[in-house]
Structures are given as C-alpha cells and as structure tokens.
Design a protein around this ligand. Structure first.
Ligand SMILES: [Zn+2]
Length: 148
C-alpha cells in the first residue's frame, strides 16, 4: 500500500462517469459498490465468487484490491461487475457481507435510509444511515466535499 491512502471499502453512491468500454450503467445511476475485488481470472472469480479469490488483493492487498477507498469525493471502480444497482439490493443481498459494519450514504439520506431498512429487515445488525447525506456532511463537517 502506498501512503497517503484513502479509507472506505463499503460504498454507495451514483455513477459519475463511465470508462471506455464500460456498459450497463449510466451517469446518475444509484449503486452499491461490492468491496471484495478479486483478480477476475481465477476459478473462484470466474464463478462469480470474488470474495473467495485465490489471489486476493491484486494488484495489492486490502479492500477494493488495495486501491483508494470511497471516503473521498469520487471512487474509481475498475469494473462494472463490482456495481450493484441500488434498486436490486433486495435481490442481491447474498453479495453484501453480513459480518461487517455497513454505513450507507446518499445525497440527502433518504435513499440510504431505505437501503438501511431493507438491510435490517434482512437480518443485518450493524447498519448505519448517514442522516442528511453528503449534503449535510459538506455543510457541517467538510466543506471541501462537493455538493451535487
Ligand atoms: Zn481471483
């Protein structure tokens, strides 16, 4: 890991921009970012189980493959296979780790509250909603966080 390093491996937000060749999402789509990024090539990854990657953390160890995390204005996600449309959360709960704390945030706290309710109703115990979202965070905590 190279310092400085931005923390944040459990993320949700909106697609800002798509990279070359990326498909299936559009700017503005609300998404959850799947955290355990694998190599994408080993048998486990090719079966859709990157959390069991046989060479985890490539190119470097840590959540999100060792890249900077989501406690920043923007998070670079290497592949759309790591994105879960927020509207699909209920159908894809098996991809959200139950044994880790989850903080859900969105622009104003409304959609993240709904996601938290769904997670709690599905047995998730350690779920927190960032009330007021990034708008309040920008007003009260860190004015350098962009409002959008
Ligand atoms: Zn792998």
């Amino acid at each position: 890991m190279t310092l400085p390093f931005t923390l944040g491996h459990e993320n949700a937000g909106w697609v800002e921009k798509m990279g070359p060749g990326a498909t299936g999402f559009a700017p503005g789509d609300p998404v959850i970012v799947y955290g355990p990024w694998g190599c994408g090539l080993c048998m486990s990854c090719r079966q859709g189980m990157e959390n069991y990657c046989q060479t985890p953390g490539k190119p470097s160890p840590g959540g999100l493959g060792g890249t900077d995390g989501g406690m920043a204005d923007y998070l670079l996600v290497r592949a759309t296979r790591y994105l879960i449309p927020l509207g699909d959360l209920g159908k894809r709960l098996s991809e959200v780790p139950k044994d880790e704390p989850i903080i859900v945030h969105c622009k104003s706290g409304g959609r993240s509250a709904k996601a938290c309710d769904l997670l709690r109703q599905s047995g998730y115990k350690n779920v927190l909603n960032m009330k007021g979202g990034t708008l309040l965070w920008s007003d009260k905590v860190d004015p350098s966080v962009a409002k959008y």
